[in-house]
Design a protein around this ligand. Structure first.
Ligand SMILES: Cc1ncc(COP(=O)(O)O)c(C=O)c1O
Length: 402
């Protein structure tokens, strides 16, 4: 007879035995979280600058989300989308009233939101653009792990294991309007971009890039899809990153921070792109009352308490501190990003070893490239948390002086 794991289990060994090895994990088992802090199974405390990969916008177990989940779990957890449900409608209304988009579809993850956005653009192409179906995306983007989103994601390492990929995607250079112009043809129905490439290395485009892309899409009657799965809900210091550059997308996707830790995805669209007919798209769990109650509580809190403004302020403080470290250590070659989506680049591949040294000292960081560390703490992080984290990072960088 098999025995269940106990608290004394070797979780890492059990994981290797039972779980598919799709990721090289950091050797740390987390069991509890509160605000910007987490604790491991030995009781050690860590300051979390990973935030569930930019998901825990309000920190771990935020009281407002816990309360909404508790109340909703006692009331109604799941109904099929055959019926109306109130938390779903309330969330959709909140998102529409606080964005430039008019209609919402809810699903379960970022990749699923992007898949749906691509389907919506293709439907629009069929109905209004003489059957145009092709989507232009960029190198170094990240749009998710489904087969179509792997084709959309312009990174060979994600694509090569799965060729042949679904067709209908063209990957071009990011931050180049000329690259988009060159491949636009009568089959093109949309351009899909991250306002700031997050997983691809925290790549910030030039200030006028999105405006130029918007103009090009307008001139050609094609759609602009903004993937705000990582940038949305305050991460870059404004509620949605499109607000920074004075443009409006036709379609926007959200996920990560929307429910501050509970899995959700959303497609938002302008009225003219609201072309799905009943039965053309759907999801069993999408917009489920439990998740929507959490997302409504989290998003409302973010909006009403100007969490984006706070993220902007603390993000600037963190940027200054990272710049100071760049001044002290010549192997730090760049500090970049917006709000609380920041990166530090080194002139050599030390991100993993710096990450491990920080971990030993109680600070959790993320690496997006062998030479790039990413800083994506909860949006509620304070200046004093930043001081603590930067103290650890400075000590660790001193160890990496060659
Ligand atoms: C910009 C962007 N789009 C899409 C995704 C995929 O989201 P998910 O992992 O929820 O499918 C991510 C995940 O990191 C992302 O950063």
């Amino acid at each position: 007879m098999k025995h269940e794991a106990t608290d004394m289990s070797d979780w890492h060994q059990l994981e290797h035995e039972y779980f598919m090895q799709t990721i090289k994990r950091v050797p740390l088992t987390l069991v509890r979280g509160d605000g910007c802090r987490v604790w491991d199974d030995k009781g050690k405390e860590y300051l979390d600058f990973v935030g569930g990969w930019a998901v825990n916008s309000l920190g771990h177990c935020p009281p407002v989300v816990v309360k909404a989940l508790e109340e909703q779990a006692r009331t109604l957890i799941q109904v099929s989308n055959q019926f109306y449900s109130i938390p779903q409608v309330r969330l959709a209304e909140l998102l529409v009233k606080n964005s430039c988009l008019d209609k919402v579809f809810l699903c379960n993850s970022g990749a699923e939101a992007n898949e749906g956005a691509v389907k919506l653009a293709r439907r629009y192409g069929k109905l209004h653009l003489q059957g145009a179906y092709e989507i232009i995306t960029t190198f170094d983007s990240f749009h998710g792990r489904t087969l179509a989103m792997v084709a959309a994601t312009g990174q060979a390492k994600f694509q090569e294991p799965y060729v042949p990929l679904p067709n209908g995607f063209v990957n071009v250079e990011y931050n180049s309007i000329e690259a988009i112009k060159k491949v636009t043809r009568k089959e093109t129905c949309a351009v899909m971009l991250e306002p700031l490439q997050a997983e691809g290395g925290v790549n910030v485009p030039s200030e006028d890039y999105l405006k130029k892309v918007r103009d090009w899409c307008d001139q050609n009657g094609i759609l602009l899809i903004l993937d705000e799965i990582q940038t949305g809900l305050g991460r870059t210091g404004v509620l949605f990153a499109y607000q920074r550059c004075g443009i409006e997308p036709d379609i926007m996707t959200l996920a990560k921070g929307l429910a501050s830790g509970v899995p959700i995805g959303a497609i938002l669209a302008k009225r003219k792109v609201d072309v799905f007919q009943p039965g053309e798209h759907g999801s069993t769990f999408g917009g489920n009352p439990l998740v929507c109650a959490a997302a409504y509580a989290a998003s409302k809190f973010i909006i009403e308490n100007d969490v984006p403004g706070k993220a902007d302020r603390v993000g600037r403080y963190l940027t200054d501190k990272l710049q100071q470290l760049k001044g002290k250590f010549d192997f730090v070659v760049d500090v970049r990003g917006q709000g609380l989506l920041l990166a530090m680049e080194f002139n050599r591949e030390i991100a993993d070893s710096a990450l491990m040294s920080c971990l030993e000292r109680g600070l959790l960081l993320n690496r997006v490239k062998p030479n790039v560390l990413r800083f994506i703490p909860p949006l509620i992080v304070t200046e004093s948390d930043v001081d603590e984290a930067m103290g650890v990072l400075e000590e660790v960088l001193s160890l990496h002086r060659s």
